[in-house]
Ligand binder design. Sequence first.
Ligand code: CA
Ligand code: CA
Length: 427
Amino acid sequence: MTKRHFINHYLDFWLFNKNSIVPIYLNYFLFMNNSRITTIIIFCFLLAYGQTYSQMADEPRLTKMEVAVFKPAKQEATEENVKKLKIPQGFKIEKFAEDLGNARMITVHENGNIYVTARDEGKVILLKDSNGDGKADDKQVVSELKDVHGLSIQDNKLYMVTIKEIYSADIKEDGKLGQLQKLVDDLPDGGQHPNRTIAFGPDNKMYVSVGSTCNACEEPNPEHATMLRFNADGSGKEIYARGLRNTVGFVFHPQTQELWGMDHNSDWLGNDEDQEDLNKIEEGKHYGWPFVYDDGKKMPHREPEDKDHDEFIKETTFPILMYQAHSAPMAMAFYNGAQFPQEYRQDAFVAMRGSWNRENPTGYKVVRIKYENNEPQEFEDFITGFLLEDGRSHFGRLAGLAIHTDGSLLFTDDANGVLYRVSYQGN
Ligand SMILES: [Ca+2]
Ligand SMILES: [Ca+2]
């Protein structure tokens, strides 16, 4: 963890509490050794005072939290490390492309061409596998846009989203792009969650996830921590759903056309809270953040101003399933291909980027969400092994994920700049 990261995290905790109308005493002890373990023990002594607060709480309240920050060291994605990955029998995983920089989101054209964003480099990269051997043999930068992240293809146009802007461009026969058109230039500021993602719904509208600026604060801009919806030309902006802290991965179910998303949940609540949420995202609903987390828990020291916390809980839509806190869900896709065995059809896959706010790291893997009768049943590991040395190091932080037209599954690692391809070979 760099000094800058630590300061950001500490500031975030301070912001999380600064609006409290009770004094907060923080004692934090910072231990850092050469394995890059940081342990922060935070004691918050909250003493009731002030007229408003004393009417709400008769007793002083003590909140004691032990919070760990642990960032495994990065290793290279060597062939030897890739061979150690664990995947169900009959499947094969290989590097499809590498040296992609900060490889983030992926989208696949119906002709099989792949577009991937390199966010830190501000590039959209086109990858082609012309001879169908499961490895890219052509790599070209087709667009340069600062902070470009989310991608989607609709009506043969590539849509690209940066922090505040949405662009589209016609896709030419050779995969290159025509003139860029700026459709939107006023998405809310990024803050702590600047990674916008975009997808088209069955209504031919453009859905854009706008995360919160912070860990758990009250946002002055009502468009933060929402799913926004636009017409395909960027007009008609509306807030589709609220209270979503940072739903990077969201996707429409191929049969029901329902919108499902994985919300990337809050830090500083210990090793096993706040869990990551699988939500069915519906118009007009509020998913709780920053006042309510998981299936109806009150966020400490974060009470709605205009209503009672319990009343707010009643108006909150809870997740359908929850997953290990701090796993950091990123892109999500339903398996709509024909290559994997029948049991995978219409299940979903999620790239879990992995934790920094947990003593024993979690995530760093691809998980499968089993759906039955179009309802999610459970999470199951699909690809693990990116963590090495009992979790002290890793060789991949997973971000983008998409299903290729040939039925293989693609995902990126933004730390080593690799795009992996998972294919089914049979038993
Ligand atoms: Ca090839
Ligand atoms: Ca949660």
